[in-house]
Design a protein around this ligand. Structure first.
Ligand code: ZN
Length: 215
């Protein structure tokens, strides 16, 4: 398995510098545990050391910063190594620390239409972290958000528009995106979802019960 959608440069660099809130860190760590390519990127970012990262303002890291840093470091592109998953359990190591290792033992909270979630407790107030289960062939309740949302696929797959996201893949969304991830028909899709702010559901029913669900 090779992830095709990766953690962005800004997140990876901030993670390497230890600047990320716990929720975002968990998303990065989960993807990295499933993606050999990003393990290499992270190793380079960490090897670059504090002096380089300290010169970068976290807020102003440009989208092409990774290429710029790599060229400054003279580091070649990631070699074509065998990209194998290092973690074959549905819940990779970073998540097992939060929810244990048995996905069948998870006590899901229903969201309606077969979807379900499990909130994960973190020590930061900046993010909301949950596992999300989307039933095969079904969409998650539509929503937009007032900040960043990072989704990492753990099992199954979903498509959002024409883009397919499978195990290990990361989808980053931000303000004003009305998107409807829909699980592929073959299997339920389980994802890690980290959001910046409470989700705003369009449906008044979902909105009405949002405080009860804690989403
Ligand atoms: Zn990756």
């Amino acid at each position: 398995m090779t992830a095709r959608h990766h953690i962005g440069d800004d997140l990876l660099l901030a993670y390497a510098a230890g600047n990320l809130a716990e929720g975002w860190s968990l998303a990065v760590a989960t993807h990295v545990s499933l993606c050999a390519e990003c393990r290499e990127r992270l190793a380079v970012a960490e090897a670059a050391g504090g002096q380089l990262l300290e010169t970068l303002d976290r807020e102003t890291v440009a989208p092409d910063s990774w290429a710029a840093i790599r060229s400054r470091l003279g580091t070649p592109d990631a070699p074509a190594v065998t990209r194998r998953s290092s973690d074959t359990a549905i819940l990779p190591k970073p998540l097992r620390d939060y929810v244990g290792g048995d996905v069948d033992a998870i006590r899901w909270q229903r969201l309606g239409k077969g979807a379900a979630q499990l909130r994960l407790k973190t020590g930061d107030r900046e993010t909301q972290v949950r596992l999300l289960k989307i039933p095969a062939g079904k969409p998650v309740p539509e929503h937009s958000h007032s900040g960043r949302e990072i989704t990492v696929v753990l099992s199954g797959a979903f498509h959002d528009g024409t883009t397919l996201f499978a195990r290990g893949d990361v989808e980053e969304a931000d303000d004003d995106i009305q998107h409807i991830p829909t699980a592929t028909p073959e299997a339920d899709c389980i994802c890690l979802a980290v959001t910046e702010a409470p989700l705003k559901f369009r449906s008044w029913i979902v909105r009405a019960i949002q405080p009860i669900l804690g989403i």
